[in-house]
Design a protein around this ligand. Structure first.
Ligand code: HEM
Length: 450
């Protein structure tokens, strides 16, 4: 951004309609966030929102979202991150900025490199097979519990190897489930001290948070006591040094473990739920996955090495990420006066954008609301404008785990679809549930063995 363009840009972005006196647009963002954010594109590429006394800038055009994600004028901050920071710590990679963030990314990146992923294959395969065995014994699946369970177990067992993880993975699952249900509320309705009132919901939230922190301390202490240094993310964190070559502090190690486990479980867990909904609601796509598995794999269980040959299954996963992106809202803060789409953005302004809204925009996608995995076939996918499909984000904050997650989700989808068909029970509620992530509200499925 040139200084000259910052000086000459004076126009304010248009104000979104429908704000209420005093409350502004906050009530819409709290009550019907997906419809509200999706509708903003009709007001402009950059739109002003009032959240109480605060002005927030919503970005609705893919090329401008790319500009925000790639520009050093914006950092990770804003209401989403502040609420996460207060719960999960300030020294983890997901909330740090500047040199600290760069150093932390250098430490964790090797664990997520493309050539590191096959090393996780055996754990992913083992967990996929255990899931099939477990589901064969269940009449009805509580899909929320089952999806978060397998996501947490895979993240914890791959990144922090060791048998001591098996029993703790269950505890991590239970704690994270309790925490995630309370987090979004704390983000959009920041009532501070009221969350300390000893109501049952607050007590459960605080218990889970305390246990999660305790668990992380136990995991770190056990690993140290074992004297072992397997080639994994936990070893990388324990051996990391700062800019002066000194070991990083205990608090940073602790916050880093939380900052990786938390998004790792919540996002993949939500996506597995959405993938199960897709397999249930679109049996024709589930049939095609089964045919692909039969053709590529035959009758043996799906293996990690099969994943790269399961092109159709992969496209179902990508299309599910497009229509049901687990990370449906992101925020940034401008660190300097800057210009976006010809509009002036003042230093300190909060920016918000929604992968959900961008990925359903008819200006970017033909038949945008239709679930069509074939739009990701080579030749067709080039039509999609740049940054109109970024479920893992782009730039220096891009999810380090994109390859890991794609391999995991493709393996699980192929395994689940070839072992079962699914029927929704009468008490199932597949509507969107909007929290820190987007997922079906309370999906309950009967697994019918094939
Ligand atoms: C960051 C999505 C799985 C760890 C992000 C961001 C997105 C995202 C959109 C960027 C946030 C931003 O731009 O502000 C997803 C999705 C996943 C997934 C859709 C699964 C389908 C995982 C897993 C892990 C993980 C499995 C770890 C095991 C992280 C971390 C960051 C991050 C540590 C922060 C990176 C940074 O700020 O430098 N993720 N994620 N994610 N994700 Fe993921």
């Amino acid at each position: 951004m040139t200084l000259e363009s910052v000086r000459t840009a004076t126009a304010e972005p248009p104000l979104a309609g429908g704000g209420l006196p005093l409350l502004g647009h906050g009530w819409k963002l709290a009550r019907t966030p997906l419809d509200f954010l999706t509708g903003l594109r009709d007001h402009g590429d950059v739109v002003r929102l009032g959240l109480g006394p605060k002005t927030v800038y919503a970005v609705t055009a893919p090329e401008l979202v790319g500009e925000v994600a790639l520009s050093p004028d914006y950092i990770i901050a804003g209401p989403l991150w502040e609420s996460l920071e207060s719960l999960l710590g300030k020294e983890g990679v997901a909330t740090a900025n500047g040199p600290l963030h760069r150093r932390q990314r250098r430490t964790i990146q090797p664990a997520f490199r493309l050539d590191a992923i096959p090393g996780y294959g055996p754990v992913m395969e083992e967990e996929a097979r255990a899931l099939v065995e477990r589901w064969r014994g269940l009449d009805v699946l509580d899909v929320t519990t089952e999806s978060f369970r397998v996501a947490t177990r895979i993240a914890a067992r791959c990144l922090m190897r060791g048998s001591y993880m098996d029993e703790r993975a269950e505890r991590i699952c239970a704690d994270l489930a309790a925490l995630f249900s309370g987090m979004y509320q704390r983000m959009v309705v920041p009532l501070g001290p009221l969350y300390r009132v000893p109501l049952p919901a607050n007590r459960e939230f605080n218990r889970a948070l305390a246990d999660l922190h305790l668990l992380v301390d136990e995991i770190v202490a056990d690993r140290r006591a074992s004297g072992q240094k397997p080639d994994d993310l936990l070893t990388a964190l324990l051996e990391a040094t700062d800019e002066n070559g000194e070991p990083i502090g205990e608090q940073e190690i602790h916050d880093q473990v939380i900052a990786i486990l938390t998004p790792g479980s919540e996002t993949v867990g939500s996506m597995i739920m959405s993938l199960l909904l897709v397999l249930t609601e679109y049996p024709e796509h589930a049939d095609k996955i089964r045919a692909e598995v039969k053709n590529v794999v035959g009758d043996r269980p799906v293996g990690f090495d099969d994943v790269r040959s399961l092109a159709y299954t992969g496209n179902v996963v990508v299309e599910t990420l497009r229509l049901y992106p687990a990370v449906w809202i992101l925020t940034r803060r401008a660190v300097t006066d800057t210009v976006l789409g010809g509009y002036r953005i003042p230093a300190g302004a909060d920016i918000v954008y929604s992968p959900y809204a961008l990925q359903r925009d008819p200006r970017s996608y033909r038949r945008a609301e239709v679930f069509d995995p074939d739009r990701w076939l080579p030749g067709a996918s080039e039509e999609v404008p740049k940054y109109a499909m970024s479920p893992f984000s782009v730039g220096n904050r891009k999810c380090p785990s994109d390859h890991f997650s794609m391999a995991e989700m493709t393996l699980l989808t192929a395994t689940m679809a070839s072992a079962f068909t699914f029927e929704e029970t009468r008490d199932s509620d597949p509507r969107h549930r909007i929290g820190i992530t987007l997922r079906p509200k309370n999906l309950r499925l009967r697994p019918v063995s094939r």
